[in-house]
Design a protein around this ligand. Structure first.
Ligand code: SAH
Ligand code: TYD
Length: 405
């Protein structure tokens, strides 16, 4: 039986996605035979409401010197992080003498906005290869995992942080208690902790089961963030909806003493209650929707192949790894997956072993159908690929439901 990582209460498994490889572990044929699989199950804690995966692989197996995800790959994300950085700077009235710490700073895409303006800053990033890219841009980076011990060491050396920021990282860290204790210890008395994460409400509304994978330990909501960080004397003072990663929330937290809470928090909490995020039946309905989506996607791709059409994937995303494996899509069904990330190219998709090829392979010989695995970048990609559609190419989407465009 699995126990909640937050409150230790037994959880309820609501979706079993089967044996899964690590979602970002694109690999070469010589590694096919020693590929590692784990059991991927999503669970709901009826006591504290936290949605989480039941078993997680060791973080050191996921975040290392050969990590495949580079934040700077999407032009929109680069702009988004510039907006995030400016919003933090302006809302908190930060100046160059203030210390800004980012957790999960990856290739420095966000922190470069502070570094280039001469701010004191520090990125904390365990994946050495992406950290090297950040350092080459002039972003100071400590190659380690953020936790309470790291936070205490940083405070000792650099003093308290005026702002601690992060994107797509807090829900990646299994020991959220240690994260919260670390934030509490490192944050200056009037400092703020601002982080973004794909949110549970969006996942449920979109039927986006592909957000469930090894790196995403938790699926957060205003309710659960307020609860966990509240245990450590930190208060959720504001929350803002973001469109990135298929729907995210930006959470603003401060030390609890004297914290003033914006109306947006109550509005978000009410929305989460309305959506039934604290109720078991919501997750049962989600499972039925996922099973239907899986059967439909298999059918659409199978019908296209039976008619002799070529089908490829667009975007070798971690999300795509889940869809390919859960839906049982094979290299006979999906010819290749196109992706702009050099570290993924000429490797094969985890578990399903479909070749990942550079964008040129897609552009040089348009397929009949392309499954959009990078659906969170839909606007950017459809605009960029208008020629594909103009020449009769069709897109297959599976979020919010399976449909062909
Ligand atoms: N913030 C970037 C990268 C997100 S990917 C963005 O939003 O685009 C998640 C990142 O978190 C990876 O670079 C990974 O190495 C890092 N990470 C994982 N566990 C971490 C931890 N305990 N502390 C700090 N970073 C961590
Ligand atoms: P992302 O959307 O962050 O997905 P995940 O978190 O599920 O891995 O990753 C986007 C992937 O899509 C990344 O590998 C780069 C690729 N990509 C393209 O190939 N072309 C594009 O135009 C864009 C925007 C992304």
């Amino acid at each position: 039986m699995h126990h909640c990582r937050i409150c230790n209460h037994p959880t309820e498994t609501f979706l079993d996605l089967g044996p899964m490889p690590l979602a970002n572990a694109f690999l070469l044929p010589e590694d096919f035979l020693r590929e590692h699989f784990y059991s991927l199950r999503a669970a709901f804690c009826p006591s504290c409401g936290m949605v989480q995966i039941a078993d997680n692989p060791d973080p050191e197996d996921m975040f290392h010197g050969d990590y495949a995800y580079f934040s700077g790959q999407s032009r929109y994300m680069v702009q988004h992080f510039q907006g995030f950085a400016h919003s933090v700077r302006d809302t908190l009235g930060l100046g160059p003498k203030d210390l800004v710490v980012e957790i999960g700073s990856n290739d420095g895409t966000m922190l470069t906005n502070f570094a280039s303006a001469g701010f004191r800053h520090l990125g904390i990033e365990p994946s050495g290869n992406v950290a090297d890219v950040a350092r080459a841009k002039g972003v100071e980076t400590l190659v380690t995992f953020f936790n309470r011990e790291t936070a205490l060491a940083v405070r000792e050396q650099q003093g308290p942080a005026a702002a601690i920021i992060g994107a797509n990282v807090v829900a990646h860290i299994p020991d959220m208690h240690s994260v919260a204790a670390g934030i509490k210890a490192l944050l200056a008395p009037d400092g703020s902790f601002v982080f973004e994460a794909p949110d549970l409400a969006s996942m449920i509304v979109n039927g986006a089961y592909d957000q469930i994978y090894d790196e995403h330990i938790y699926f957060l909501s205003a309710s659960t963030v307020a609860h966990v960080f509240g245990l450590y004397g930190l208060t959720l003072v504001d929350v803002q909806e973001q469109w990135v990663h298929g729907g995210s929330l930006r959470f603003w937290l401060r030390h609890s003493e004297g914290a003033r809470i914006s109306d947006a928090v109550a509005r978000q909490l009410a929305k989460e209650t309305r959506l039934g995020l604290g109720e078991t039946k919501t997750y049962d309905a989600f499972r039925r929707r996922c099973e239907k989506s899986r059967d439909q996607l298999r059918q659409v791709v199978g019908d296209a192949r039976a008619a002799g059409k070529r089908v490829v994937g667009y975007g070798a995303t971690a999300k795509g790894t889940i869809v390919l494996n859960y839906c049982g899509l094979t290299p006979e069904m999906i010819e290749f997956v196109s992706d702009t990330t050099p570290a993924k190219q000429y490797k094969f998709t985890p578990g399903t072993h479909i070749p990942v090829l550079p964008h040129g392979a897609f552009a040089a010989d348009y397929p009949d159908y392309a499954v959009l695995f990078a659906w969170n970048h839909r606007e950017e990609i459809l605009a960029k690929e208008s020629q594909y559609a103009a020449k009769g190419g069709k897109w297959i989407f599976y979020v919010p439901d399976v449909h062909v465009l």
